[in-house]
Design a binder for this molecule. Structure first.
Ligand code: CP
Length: 324
């Protein structure tokens, strides 16, 4: 594939190749020199029209570890504020010689448009578009689940088959939920979505997962519980349950975590709203993988960029660390 737009575009073989390549990339982080020469001479632009902490910095770290030249663009402070379009912005950046564009945009479909419009020749990686998709987040989540629930030597045929994953919270506005449902289904996991009725999208019954309004009844049957932030910035206040009501029914606290099986993990893509969807006790417990997910994100993004730009050679086995 030339682009990564949606987790739904990945076959099981594609997904496992990325996860396995990310395991190789993770080994680079354990070396004294944390850099590979793989993308030397290639230029990647990080084109962020929406705020980000983890994804933006993680892509930048991944690109630098692969020795790519990195251009960071944020819409704030750019000529976007003067009315410049996505097309003109992208073509302006490509005119400076860009091999890949990592894009985050508030409009669902913006990365797809960039990849298929013919405006630019560069590879396009979706870093989150509106309420649509966030494929590298789903990949880093699957990588984290695989490591914690299956083991590092997981391979084709023994990935996340039969693992029971529960996603809790604002499914309606969540690109993370959509991407995870697609990818986890492809990898053989059984997904349950838990949310108040007002935070579930129309048509959710056609998604490849179960749906419940009752968190307490799903906890003892979950290998991983992933909490999602309530995205107030995307919502009409009239549909929003009060913070107290939400927390009482859907927040994960120590008592609820105790109902989960002993091996089960708590996940969150970040940013977390402590006290609402997750208590500090749970967020800071060793069952919570939120920081580990961030670390794994660098390996996943290295793997994605390597596979899109770096050719077909094995990623690490044949590549010596750079001397820089
Ligand atoms: N998980 C995630 O996408 O976080 P950021 O918005 O900080 O990138």
């Amino acid at each position: 594939q030339r682009h990564l737009i949606s987790a739904a575009d990945l076959t099981r073989d594609d997904a496992v190749l990325i996860l396995d390549t990310a395991e190789e990339m993770a080994r680079v982080a354990d070396r004294p020199i944390k850099k590979l020469p793989t993308l030397r001479g290639r230029t990647v632009v990080n084109l962020f029209f929406e705020d980000s902490t983890r994804t933006r910095i993680s892509f930048e770290a991944a690109e630098k570890r692969l020795s790519a030249d990195v251009i960071n663009f944020t819409a704030k402070g750019s000529s976007v504020s003067k009315g410049e379009s996505l097309k003109d912005t992208a073509q302006t950046l490509e005119a400076m010689g860009v091999d890949a564009v990592v894009i985050r945009h508030s409009a669902s479909g913006a990365p797809y448009r960039l990849a298929t419009s013919g405006w630019i020749d560069a590879a396009v990686v979706n870093a989150g578009d509106g309420t649509h998709q966030h494929p590298t987040q789903a990949l880093l989540d699957a990588f984290t689940m695989r490591r914690r629930l299956v083991g590092r030597d997981a391979g084709l045929g023994k990935d996340l088959d039969g693992r029971r994953i529960t996603l809790v919270g604002d499914i309606l506005h969540s690109r993370v939920a959509r991407s995870n449902v697609d990818l986890l289904h492809t990898l053989g996991a059984e997904v349950t979505l838990v949310a108040p009725p007002t935070l579930l999208p129309v048509g959710v019954e056609t998604w490849p997962c179960e749906v419940s309004y009752d968190l307490d009844s799903t906890l003892s049957k979950s290998d991983a519980v992933m909490l999602l932030r309530v995205q107030r910035e995307r919502m009409n206040a009239a549909f929003f349950p009060t913070e107290r009501e939400y927390s009482r029914r859907y927040g994960l606290d120590g008592d609820r975590m105790a109902k989960m099986p002993g091996h089960a993990i708590v996940m969150h893509p970040g940013p977390m709203v402590r006290g609402m969807e997750i208590t500090a006790e749970v967020a800071d417990s060793d069952r919570c993988t939120v920081v580990e997910q961030v670390t794994n994100g660098v390996s996943i993004r290295m793997a994605v960029l390597y596979l899109l730009l770096g050719g077909n050679e094995p990623a690490v086995a044949h590549a010596r660390p750079t001397e820089e």
